[in-house]
Design a protein around this ligand. Sequence first.
Ligand code: MOS
Length: 738
Amino acid sequence: MSPEHRHTQPVDTRRVDAREKVTGAALYATDLHPDQLAHATLATATIGRGRIADLDVSAAAAVPGVLLVLSHLDHLDLQSPGFVMGGGYGVQSLQPLLDDRIAYRGQAIALVVAETLTAATEAANLVRARYETEPFAATLDSPGVERIAQPTAIPLPFLADIDVGDAESAYAAAPLHVDATYDQPAQHQNPMELIGATVWWRGDTLIVHEGTQSAGAIRHGLAQQLAIDAANIEVISPYTGGGFGQKNSLQIHIAPLALAARRIGRPVKLVVSRTQLFHHTSFRPASRHRIRLGADEHGRMVAAIHEVEHQTSRHDLFPLMYNEITARLYGIRDFRGRQTFARMDTQTPGFMRAPFEHPAAFAFESAVDELAYAANRDPLEFRLANDTTVDPVSGEPFSSRHLAQCLRRGAKTFGWSARRQRPASMRAEDGSLVGWGVAVGAYPASIVPATSHVVAGADGRVRVEVDGHEMGQGIRSTIALLVAEDLGIDVRHVDIVVGDTRVATQHLTAGSWGTASALGAVHAALRELRKQLGADVGGPVDVSAAVRAASRDTVEARAATLGPGQTEQDGERARQGHPVIAGPEFPGYSTFSWIAHFVEVRVEPTTCRIRVPRVVSVADCGRVASPVTAASQVRGGIVWGIGASLREAGEVDPRYGGFLNASLEEYPVPVNADIGTLDVDFIGEPDLRFHPVGVKGLGEVSMVGVAAAVANAVYHATGVRHRRLPIRIEDVLAGATA
Ligand code: MOS
């Protein structure tokens, strides 16, 4: 039964903000149009690296309607926000517009503010820069890339190499081997809501509206950049039109916008264009994975070595965490993981949905498929035979792991038993080659400090103010459903406020920890509320009657929760806008979400066009807190996995640096016509060891393993193994004629 059929509420109660969103009533940050609004655009650098020898903004400033042109010539009074993964708040440590250095193509060189967007855009095009260029490196193979082992650069325990047993010896002794290298290109989030902000000053208070995953980081980062008190900054982000990791920290335009708004004494809005987006903010770094796997003659995997490098900028070290899941997918005793930075001349890359797990699973699960074929075993049976209940890294149990159940249920739904093992042995009626592939995925369960404030009213409504950001994943629905179920009230009587620093800290929402963190805090506040309402025995609550019985208009409760093993110091760091993350190893156990994907591809034999008519995915995310939004999350993850495997790549410009295909015309993502049947199912077993209401996390695991399942299906269809993403028609054609 699909999740849609399990619940019987009317549609509008399942996704509580659906009506606002589809009617346009939901206002996103740059939908705002305050009085006296001025419009900003950016002028950007056209060289790969060097310095600005001469900047001429006079023609720009002379465009009618231009109010202000800000550049390094103005000696802006701004500090670096620091890099979010280096103890700071920013998408990168480099704050453009402060000096004449150009670190990467597309770096902002001027901010133009005008009465209209048209005037600002015209003026930005008239900003003239003369550069002194320097050699740059923009791909993993470019001369000048600087490589550093991660443990040398950042000696922190959670970024250490993984060494369990003696993988090199076990690999050497194994009778069956795979040794292959897999390439993942740079990729770019293209959320529907472009990055942008509307900012203004109310006296000494700075008001920032920006679609973000971390209003708290923006608030505290701006305080540092502008040297003002965080108490004088309000960051408001009720909706984010797609985060996917790109909106997880303070963007580089916000502080200059704040300065501009102060100078002209008016609100200012900036929407970063689709093309500029590719160079303005973080992206998925290119990575290269060498996987060595060894198995014994019974098809038992005995050794795995996963060596990976990924690109980072010259100015920041975006950490690598690829081994974290590959070491846990199977019960492989001897595991060795090595992670290396490749520093080059781009903006700092960052988190993009399943940032490490998707490329890692593509590489590792492709290699597992190769090994299954080397062992002449069915790839599904091979995976089931290598399952584990113990975390091979920590030696502790997993708090829950229903991966084998995901595989078995998915195989049944998909009809896997009808598969022929031999590649290129299945055909459709139209002559297309048919391939069936399977792969698994995992994603660490994490939890972060969260605060929640619950207000029950005499009118029977319950208002919940909580740490968390709504970025399309449906966190409002998830929270509202929990409150409604807990108190036995109608979900339409629950109001949720998220993404607002006026009501809560607003820790970063990312890493698929949003639901677990917010629900933990709301669950705790509800326990307190029940006490105050005299309803702590459980059961449904007549909220209106209980509040009136207390002779009050409202009854309030608050909770501040921490992840397992976190301390009050962690809570304080979170209140300062820093990410403070617990997991996936907790005292006594480890927690991951799991998923299995089954993919059918059809390869048209003449053109080698690849179609994906159907996918079956079964997830173990603990309790399914909100069935409708959960199923949507997984569908979105599958679609993204299909895009990652067949479409998406940032094409690096070897002449001038940066990305050539910086538009949706040239950076194709899947459209409806590319997507067939997506069958999504959940195990739904609550993980109460990890979490008070049993949720783990879902958003990112949904994508993990999809690309490998597609690549494995293409291999099964054609007999040719593709180890570089995306797999394009020309690659399959080359394989077919080789
Ligand atoms: Mo997610 S890529 O951690 O926002």
